[in-house]
Design a protein around this ligand. Sequence first.
Ligand SMILES: C[S@@+](CC[C@H](N)C(=O)[O-])C[C@H]1O[C@@H](n2cnc3c(N)ncnc32)[C@H](O)[C@@H]1O
Length: 326
Amino acid sequence: MAVHWNKTCKMNIDLANEIKDGLSSSPKTLPSKYFYDEKGSALFSAIMQLPEYYLTNAELEIFTSKSKILIENLNLKKENYFELIELGAGDGYKTIEFLKALTQEAFNFSYSPIDISYQALKQIEQTVLKVLPDIKLQLQQGDYFKTLQELKKSSQPKIVMFLGSNLGNMQDEIAHNFLKQLSFNLSIKDKLILGIDLKKNADIITPAYNDSQGITRDFNLNLLVRINKELEANFNIEQFEHTPSYDEKEGIAISSILSKSKQSVYIKAINQTFYFDKDEKIFTEISRKYDDYILQKICKNTGFHIIHKTTDKKSYFADYILEKKE
Ligand SMILES: C[S@@+](CC[C@H](N)C(=O)[O-])C[C@H]1O[C@@H](n2cnc3c(N)ncnc32)[C@H](O)[C@@H]1O
């Protein structure tokens, strides 16, 4: 077993700057990547277990029942070593099924999860080593937008995984630029396994972002708790409310936090006061739902071409394989 950690320590400076920018913009926004402190990562793991959060079970079904099909379509050769890199890996709950399938078939690879959350990586380290103690594991903490160019440092063949519809947290134009940048840092024939949530009836989508136990509410509001803790702010959490919505025409779920009253919040770390009107919203995350047409449009001129698509039985979720071709 070989485990390596690669960590970044400038997180609080980035957090302060990005929170300042987001709360100074109109409408106000907060970056969703900061959901995942210790509490946020634990809450997200709890969300993944919720009956309403169909995304996890649907993608888990793909990895438990169709890993072999995915492997065949990746066109891997057992004698050739490759790097498996996962962006925004979370707790690795679903990936472990894929790792088990690769190991059972005796493929020669290393696994490198990259995540902004230290907690998520600690969880992955534990889970993966418990099941696959001999795996070559390289953990990297950081923002995947900023680590893509590091992929170029190695000339080994690469399979990148981007699961859980993480891509859907980006506006389409940002998603397009992200894929373009990713492809630029890969070599011809490298592949991307891209897990995305498919368009479907609003009755199925809406509860996934507003569960009956209030865990998604706690997850969203925990961002304010984190800012209070790490940037010495004085958000009165009781005065804010989790307000999810779903734009059925566009196929986009929107998470936001509503200010219940006219109020101000002081953030000591940036020495600034922010003012909120009654019913003003802070936008925290979008979760885009896709179909083949939308994905093809986003992939156009990124260097990636779709070569395979696998869905769960209900066709709620899809894992696509994209190949770098040019
Ligand atoms: C919605 S969870 C999905 C986790 C996992 N991919 C899955 O399918 O279960 C998003 C994960 O991506 C990480 N993340 C979000 N934005 C990130 C960024 N810009 N750079 C690195 N990690 C990020 C979060 O810390 C979290 O663990």
